[in-house]
Write a protein that binds this ligand. Structure first.
Ligand SMILES: [Zn+2]
Length: 57
């Protein structure tokens, strides 16, 4: 019997905190709750690195 791992995965958007543009799509594990971290990502709209936060659908 194969062990069935219960790991809920969800697709989320990484939204720029400065211009609210959704620049990246990523997959997170929601088993331990949604991580509330901000990531430094390159924003194509502003052409600079800004903080992006996870936005669930
Ligand atoms: Zn931006």
């Amino acid at each position: 019997m194969a062990k069935k791992k219960k790991s809920k995965r969800e697709y989320v958007w990484l939204e720029c905190t400065e211009c609210s543009q959704r620049n990246y799509r990523t997959e997170i594990s929601v088993a331990e709750g949604t991580p509330k971290l901000e990531l430094k990502k390159y924003c194509k709209t502003e052409r600079k690195r800004t903080a992006h936060k996870i936005r669930r659908k």
